[in-house]
Design a protein around this ligand. Sequence first.
Ligand code: ACO
Length: 340
Amino acid sequence: MTEFSHLPASRAAVATGIGCYLPPDLVTNEDLAARLDTSDDWIRTRTGIATRHVVSPGMATSDLAVEAGRRALESAGEPRVDAVVLATTTPDRPCPATAPEVAARLGQSGVAAFDVSAVCSGFLYALATAAGLIAAGTAERVLLIAADAFTTLVDPDDRSTAVIFADGAGAMVLRAGDAGEQGAVGPVVLGSDGELSDLIEVPAGGSRQRSSGRPPGPGDEHFKMRGRDIYRHAVERMTNASRQAIAAAGWAIDDVDRFAAHQANARILTSVAERLGLPTEKQLSNIERVGNTGAASIPLLLAEAATDGGLAAGQHVLLTAFGGGLTWGATTLIWPELKT
Ligand code: ACO
């Protein structure tokens, strides 16, 4: 197991803009129950999901990322950044990375642009990366986008994953600033456990399967998840990472005003919040409407909450995520005044 955390440097990454995008097509639990052996009641009770947005035929991750990125740049009033970091598990193509194309379509040709792959922890891994680019002086301004089109990866006939995963994008603009400012990203706690890499995987399509000379097995090009094991690890890892991030920021649990966790499954979120001692009114949630959108989940949640009044300037926010790899992370942020 590897794990690291970094303490805030005096030159910190400060959030100045937020945006999100959901593709227009909506799939309800009834739609799924019409073609799979499942029910609205099972999906709501076991996952907390009622509807989810999905890409239309031909739409790709970059299309979601560009729209969310455009909105975040508008929110920041920032026409130009020095780097575009894209967290995704569903790149448009296996090669090259999707970020350079996204940057070009956003009028940012020429800047540093690369993808970060950490499955559902992608936003927090990319946030730490963006903060590092700023701390090192490589960039003054970074556009961080997290976008996933998970419905292109799951087997539409696999009821255990097709009911959970969905598509969307969220984005944040960060600039160099001071660790004491509102909007400064706190210490980011990150961790991984590659010994459990097979709990969430797409077995085919990578160098392991290709070099074997064997064609992909049935279903091996789709996303597979050992749901019960993931559930257990997600609760434990997000709880521990949250505690570490709070301690690293010098906060107490009672200082947390809003809890913004990766929207994996409503029961997982409730369990983590209960263990941390965070009451329901402090928990931000949109999983009922949008499902599990992978890396996009946290910035999508923040953007929606900032727009609908669920999140206000000055509030202490705790962020945490867990995903395949296994990977996890957590950090803190005092929410800034942002245009939405
Ligand atoms: N509809 C009806 N029945 C179903 C469905 C469905 N959609 N899916 C599974 N079942 C059945 C199973 O076949 C099983 O039947 P059996 O008892 O006859 O064998 C029964 O329901 C119970 O299955 P479990 O998998 O044990 O159900 P559980 O209560 O654990 O719920 C779920 C399954 C929702 C996947 C849960 O384990 C879970 O949420 N796990 C975490 C998943 C998650 O959050 N992943 C995302 C985190 S990581 C990331 O985001 C990439």
